[in-house]
Structure formats: C-alpha cells, structure tokens
Design a protein. Structure first.
Length: 411
C-alpha cells in the first residue's frame, strides 16, 4: 500500500478578519499563500521546480480570491513557471481536501511532490462574496431541499442533541484556556511563521491574533445568542422563517433553541497554510526523513439541512480504511465551527475529551475557512511530535452536509 508522506507544514498566524482592523487585513490573499510557499522552501530546502502541483483550498472565489488564486500565489512567490497550481472549494473542508488530493497524487504514482494547503482572507473577501449562498440560488433544488445557514443548523443540532448553553460555553472556555497555554508554551512555534508586509518589509503579525485569554464563564454567559434574528427572518416561498424551514425537516425538535453565540462559535479570521507531501519513491531517492504519513482519508455526505453531523461518519470511514478503531487515535482535531459540532462528534464516537483539540480550536483561534483543514493537519503533526504520540485524526464539518477526515501517523 502506498502513502503520502508529509515532509513539512507551515502556517501564518490567524489575524482578526475585520477590514482595516485585523493585522493581516492589509495583505493580499495571494501574498498570504505565497509567503507559506516561500517558508516551505526556506525550512525544507527543496527545489520548487520539482513540485508537480500546488493545490489550495479557498471558499470565497471572488475578487482578490478569484482567478485561480493558487496559480497566482505561485507566481507571487517567485516559484518557477513550470509549477502548476489549482484552487478548490469544498467549503470548510477545502484545506484538508487540498492536502488529501496531494496525498492521493503521490500515493497513486502520478506525482512525486505536491503542496496542499489553503488560504482565506475573510477581512478582504467576506463570506458570501462569491454570491449564491449555499445552494447557488437554484430554485428547483430549493423546492426539494431548502438549506439553511449554518448558524441555524448549529442551533438545530444543539436542540436535537439536548445540548444546553452552559455546555457549549464550557467547551468554548476550554478552547480559550488550552489555546492560551499552547501559545505560552510555544506549541505552535514549529509551524508558525511571521507574516511580512511585502511593501515595507516590516513584520505585521507573528502570533495568533484572535484568542482571548481573559475569557471567563461569566463573560461568555453575557453574550447574546447570535442567530435569533436570522432564524426569525422570513425567506421561504410561503413567508416561512428560516427556523420554520429547518423545523419542517426536523419537526421533532419542536422549537429551535438558539444557544450559539460569538463566544462558542468559530472566529472570523485571515490566514494561510501549506503542507509539503511526497511519494515514498521521492523520499527514498533523496534520503529524506518525513515527519508523518497520511494513513487514510475519507469524505462523506449527510443530510444537508442539519448539515453539521458528518465528522463522525467521515471519521468512521477513514478509520475503517486504515483498519483502526476510535481508541487507536491518540489525538483528535475536530474543527470547532460551533461548539455543538464537537460535542456531537465526541458523543457519537465516544471519544475521550482529553484527546480532543488539546491546544484549543477554532472557537479560540479562529476559522479561516479555506485554510483551516491544512492548519489543523500541521497542528496535529506538531502535537504528535511534542507529546511523543503516534496517531492523529483531523476532521471538519462542511456546508451542504459533508464531512472530511484525515488520519496521520508519525513515521
């Protein structure tokens, strides 16, 4: 059986995704990803001319993030013109999918060296900038399946699972506290690099900007529910509200309890990440020492209104492909899109919470949509090495009712 081998992984800090206010908001998204490519070369000392392809995840393909961002980032990085590149969109799973495609390419023998990663500048290209919402404004599809925004789905999930606001806030507080410890102890240092303003040459950000180490259970409890007004908005063909549309699919919920807030949902941030993946033949021919191999990967689809429950079946599918059980995984990175997603996945798979997001997650650090999956793969790899553990599973929920999972094994 052939595998994709990870030689290295790098990422930018996550900057607050506020136009003109976040530290990375002045940096073009092509430049963000280009700097990750340059960092890979600086750290791994490979010849970029040998790279068969660069695959980058990005969710909002519009404006500065349109026009095949990956190829333009390769040019921005000053890499050789022979290096091809493509940009993909699997919503929140895009960065992980890019790494998985890289692994597929080298494991198949079709390629030898591929970069997978992602970028999202949410301050410069806001969510929804590409238009069409989650269903592309396809009214015929909407007659059969009326998908609702993820915030409504998250509150519906919490209602169906019986999660209360206090449980969600407790997970959010845990995320902030663990992220603060990880930052203080330098646990992100291996992958993290400072972003430079290409115009001035000055460093603009060298640490994650979003976390709030001063978060308390009291401050979280004061935050208002984020999706009440959205749920009450009349948008259906018969004047139905978004809550009513969601309840049409899940009448057993009764009434949707809006329990997600800005404090227990993922943060809007800017960032980029890249992972260098090689074939076994390339590794052996160069006498390289890879950091890990990608043992298995999987995607699944699930019901698109509830939307957020696919991390569990995606993980089960990947585990089956690897011949592993839940208990065989030392570390889990479950993207904290919303607190309920992590709690539902943990419950469904009976995962020990002490193995999940041990350095915090997107609630504390932020979720740069197209980059997050690649960032989590790097975070998991760094933590495996720091802790001396062997295996990690990275999984993310995805808009439209999908999930993705990647299993890493230290070499």
């Amino acid at each position: 059986m052939s595998f994709g081998y990870i030689l290295d992984a790098v990422r930018t800090p996550r900057g607050r995704g506020r136009a003109g206010k976040g530290a990375l908001s002045g940096i073009h998204p092509q430049e963000l990803f280009a700097q990750t490519l340059r960092q890979l070369v600086a750290r791994s000392a490979f010849d970029p001319a040998e790279v068969d392809d660069v695959v980058a995840g990005c969710v909002s393909h519009a404006g500065e993030q349109g026009a095949n961002l990956a190829r333009n980032a390769v040019l921005t990085a000053g890499w050789p013109l022979n290096v091809s590149a493509t940009t993909l969109n699997r919503f929140c799973g895009s960065g992980a999918q890019a790494v998985n495609f890289a692994a597929m390419g080298v494991a198949s023998g079709a390629q030898q060296l591929v970069v997978g990663g992602g970028v999202e500048s949410m301050s410069r290209v806001p969510m929804g900038a590409d238009g069409g919402g989650i269903d592309g404004d396809n009214l015929r599809l909407r007659e059969r399946i009326f998908q609702v925004p993820q915030g409504i789905s998250a509150d519906l999930l919490a209602t169906l699972e019986g999660f209360h606001r206090e449980e969600l806030d407790a997970w959010a507080l845990r995320s902030q506290q663990l992220a603060a410890v990880a930052a203080a102890q330098g646990r992100f240092a291996r992958s993290l690099f400072p972003v430079i303003d290409p115009a001035s040459g000055q460093m603009v950000l060298d640490r994650d900007e979003y976390p709030r180490a001063d978060t308390t259970s009291e401050s979280l409890a004061k935050l208002p529910a984020a999706f009440v007004a959205m749920g009450a908005a009349s948008i259906g063909p018969n004047g139905e509200t978004l809550d009513e549309i969601a309840l049409r699919a899940y009448p057993q919920a009764g009434t949707i309890r809006h329990v997600h807030t800005a404090g227990n949902s993922s943060g809007i941030v800017d960032g980029a990440a890249a992972v260098l993946v090689a074939s076994e033949a390339f590794v052996k021919s160069r006498g390289l020492k890879p950091r890990a191999r990608i043992r298995a990967m999987a995607t699944v689809g699930t019901e698109p209104v509830l939307m957020l429950t696919a991390p569990a079946p995606a993980s089960e599918k990947a585990l089956k492909l690897a011949g592993m059980q839940v208990g065989d995984i030392d570390l889990w990175e479950i993207n904290e899109a919303f607190a309920a997603v992590v709690l539902q996945t943990m419950r469904k798979l009976a995962i020990d919470p002490e193995r999940i997001n041990v350095n915090g997650g997107a609630i504390a650090l932020g979720h740069p949509l197209g980059a997050t999956g690649a960032m989590l793969i790097g975070t998991a790899l760094d933590e495996l090495e720091r802790s001396g553990k062997a295996t990690a599973l990275v999984t993310l929920c995805i808009g439209g009712g999908q999930g993705i999972a990647t299993i890493l094994e230290r070499v």
